[in-house]
Design a protein around this ligand. Structure first.
Ligand SMILES: [Fe+2]
Length: 445
């Protein structure tokens, strides 16, 4: 167990790294890029920069620093996202109208919060403060991922279709994914497995969100998971076999949503007769012919499309419990390891590929990174679930209706943010995240 002082020192280093990662991601963006809010789910990058600082100011500095003077009295309500216990806030759809405060003031706000937060950590504060800072860092990483997906949608919507990052030589080399195989899982008799986390209150440096708790028993029958996520080429076959016009493949709400929205392919695909595949795909590297990325995992699917594809293929989506059991079976909770060339074995934000890559290797591949994997599990509280006390109880718990769980992180998830028990959740019609699927089937071979 680390001493209090070394825990605070390690957290100070992590704080600086996480905050710097956000700014590094923003480096290629112009102030005008940071103002765009191009769909209902998205927020301007400038708002993300302010809101993440607001989180530290509201839930750490204002609560734990005696006589703390806020950076600006209006920021407490202006950059509140959805915490009703703290009072009213501007409507989400108005965030693109925040031309004031100017970006320089938002950057000064970040520096103000950083200076106060670092001073606090240097004073080796009590455990409650350290835990709250850890929560703030996990929150910052969530918003960094959102900034990546929001700017992708903003650039897609822009008629000039700007490129966030030019394609590197390595990324443009054609790679072939291994054939899809089935990996069997047989839970120990009588099929009761443990899912979720019961955090050790003494271990400040091991974090889980409240929605991952408590650890509890779940029944699992033997099952198989596909060795890798579904690739673009496989999804193209679903499109070409009239997947989007066959009602027997779709859930009722999915069928109506697909027709109302005019979906004929994943978000960011467009028909393009100028290349052989007949499609182009918008990426953070700009438009790419589908033929050049056909072996990469398909992404930007709604739950409804993922579910329809699974039916068409004769299989199904895994439950979130099957997914977690499989991830735990791979050697316990995921701990990414750093090397001089990046993070070993997974394509996440630090790799700076900004797009899913073709699978490699054998066995269960790409469980973490590349694409979030839709599961067939509704997002609800585990038995015995208790939200955090106070306003922070609104962080996760109040969204436990009409959402489905996704697992595993994506190519724009920071590696230190993901773990085997992590539960992401979105409405089933959501497509702007890097969301794909992995097939499952009943029985073990
Ligand atoms: Fe937030």
């Amino acid at each position: 167990m680390l001493t209090q002082q070394s825990t605070a020192a390690a957290l100070l280093t992590r704080y600086r790294n996480v905050r710097a990662a956000t700014m590094r991601f923003c480096a290629p963006l112009t102030p005008e890029d940071m103002m765009v809010q191009s769909c209902a789910e998205a927020s301007p990058v400038k708002w993300h920069l302010a809101h993440t600082s607001w989180f530290f100011e509201t839930f750490v500095l204002a609560e734990f620093v005696a006589n703390y003077r806020p950076f600006h009295p209006d920021f407490r309500w202006l950059f509140n996202s959805y915490y009703n216990a703290l009072g009213d806030m501007p409507e989400k759809k108005l965030r693109a109208s925040f031309s004031r405060p100017p970006l320089e003031q938002i950057l000064a706000y970040r520096e103000h919060v950083d200076a106060r937060l670092c001073r606090l950590l240097e004073q080796t504060p009590e455990d409650d403060v350290l835990r709250r800072v850890v929560l703030g860092l996990e929150h910052e990483q969530q918003h960094l991922e959102l900034a990546a997906t929001d700017i992708k949608h903003a650039f897609f919507t822009n008629p000039l279709h700007p490129v966030y990052q030019e394609t590197t030589t390595e990324q443009s080399q054609e790679k072939i994914a291994p054939p899809l195989e089935w990996v069997s899982f047989t839970p120990p008799s009588p099929g009761i497995v443990e899912i979720g986390v019961s955090p050790d209150p003494a271990a400040i440096d091991s974090f889980a969100f409240d929605n991952e708790t408590p650890r509890h028993n779940v029944y699992l029958a033997p099952f198989r998971l596909a060795s890798r996520p579904v690739a673009c080429a496989e999804y193209l076959a679903f499109i070409e076999e009239d997947g989007y016009t066959r009602p027997e493949l779709w859930l009722a709400e999915g069928w109506d949503t697909m027709r109302d929205e005019g979906w004929q392919a994943p978000l960011y695909w467009r028909r393009d007769t100028t290349n052989r595949s007949g499609w182009s795909v918008f990426t953070l590297h700009g438009w790419q012919p589908l033929g050049e990325i056909s072996e990469t995992p398909v992404c930007h699917l709604s739950f409804f499309e993922a579910d329809a594809f699974a039916r068409w293929s004769g299989h199904r989506l895994p439950t979130e419990f099957e997914w977690e059991f499989a991830a735990q079976s791979q050697g316990g909770p995921f701990i990414p390891t750093a090397s001089s060339s990046g993070w070993v074995g997974c394509n996440m934000l630090e790799q700076q590929s900004f797009h899913p890559q073709p699978a490699r290797g054998t066995g269960l591949q790409q469980l973490f990174g590349d694409v979030w994997e839709w599961t067939q599990s509704p997002y609800t509280g585990y038995p015995g679930y208790k939200p955090l006390p106070g306003a922070l109880g609104e962080y996760n718990g109040k969204f436990m209706s009409s959402q489905m769980v996704l697992r595993g992180g994506s190519c724009v998830t920071p590696a230190s943010h993901i773990r085997a028990t992590y539960r992401n959740f979105f409405h089933p019609s959501t497509r702007w995240q890097f969301s794909g699927l992995r097939l499952a089937r009943d029985g073990a071979s």
